[in-house]
Design a protein around this ligand. Structure first.
Ligand SMILES: [Zn+2]
Length: 320
């Protein structure tokens, strides 16, 4: 079912959430967000014919505020989120009795700025206001901080959810442990099937898991770092795997139902014991930065050494 139909059901049931993460392709984000606003604001949940719907389509409904304000760069700024914070506490001024904020975050989930706007938005999400609805469009819900994600309902446009991807692989006879790892990494079923047939992903998964469980300080880093450096086949996958496992460890703590790695619970508990939620999220950002430096020609061994030190520092700094 597409996002608009799901939303219509939720709003018609009278129990909509105050915030939604809309997972969709970047190319459809803007129009889909306007459709979401129509469902929230129109008396008929998005008829496309009434004054409210027409104003939203034309982008001139005073109670439907679309961010980022700079549509050319399409990058969210702190000023954008500040505008949301200020506008969300004002009364509706146009036709209708709700205010809607649509956020196209498809270009704003990476980089330093991403942490700043997400942390600022988090405050608003933590204290929802009556008659205010927030829709955040991203290509992948897990590119958002789990702290943000856990306060929103996720709706996916035209894509099978990771749980469904996992179930489908298991139904086709793949081992659950493999299906879970593939589903955690994949964007859809076809992608997951490619991953599940490639052993190097599981080598990378095992090395990443070992490192997250066993590396308690820089003193114990060496065996993990050398195992990764000696296995050329996993080097382009290890950072992604570390990130997936850390994300899953956060999901396990905040939204256990959504955690995919159900057959790895013991291992995840070790990871949780090593890294607080805050530490896991900071390290994911460090992994993104390491990845960027590698893409710009950084030396793999040097970067992994540096990463191991950073991970130990963050683990200590953000201990529970
Ligand atoms: Zn309408």
């Amino acid at each position: 079912m597409n996002v608009t139909s799901q939303l219509q059901q939720l709003f018609a049931s009278g129990k909509p959430s105050h915030a939604y993460v809309i997972e969709c392709q970047k190319s459809v984000a803007k129009s889909l967000l306007l459709d979401c606003a129509k469902v929230a604001m129109c008396q008929n949940y998005g008829c496309n014919n009434c004054v409210t719907c027409k104003k939203i389509s034309q982008g001139n409904h005073a109670d439907c505020i679309s961010l980022p304000t700079d549509t050319q760069k399409n990058k969210l700024t702190v000023a954008d989120v500040q505008l949301l914070v200020e506008e969300s506490i004002k009364r509706p001024v146009d036709s209708g009795n709700v205010r809607v904020f649509t956020i196209d975050a498809t270009d704003s989930v990476t980089g330093v700025g991403s942490a700043i706007w997400q942390n600022k938005l988090l405050k608003t999400l933590e204290e929802p206001l009556p008659n205010v609805y927030i829709f955040v469009a991203v290509q992948n819900a897990h590119s958002l901080f789990n702290t943000v994600l856990s306060r929103c309902q996720v709706l996916t446009e035209g894509r099978t959810s990771p749980k469904e991807v996992c179930n489908q692989l298991v139904a086709e006879g793949f081992l659950p442990q493999y299906a879970q790892v593939a589903a955690a990494l994949a964007t859809d079923v076809a992608h997951a099937k490619k991953l599940v047939a490639d052993n190097s992903y599981f080598d990378a998964f095992n090395l990443a898991m070992d490192m997250l469980r066993g590396m308690t300080s820089t003193k114990t880093a060496l065996p993990y770092v050398s195992a990764i450096c000696q296995n050329a086949g996993v080097q382009d996958k290890i950072l992604g795997m570390l990130s997936v496992i850390l994300h899953q460890s956060v999901t396990y703590r905040l939204q256990p139902d959504l955690c995919l790695l159900v057959d790895y619970e013991q291992q995840l508990l070790d990871v949780c014991a090593n890294y607080s939620i805050q530490a896991a999220l900071v390290i994911v950002e460090k992994l993104n930065q390491t990845n960027k430096r590698l893409q710009n020609g950084g030396n793999f061994t040097v970067e992994i050494d540096k990463l191991a030190i950073e991970m130990s520092e963050v683990k200590y700094r953000c201990r529970i």
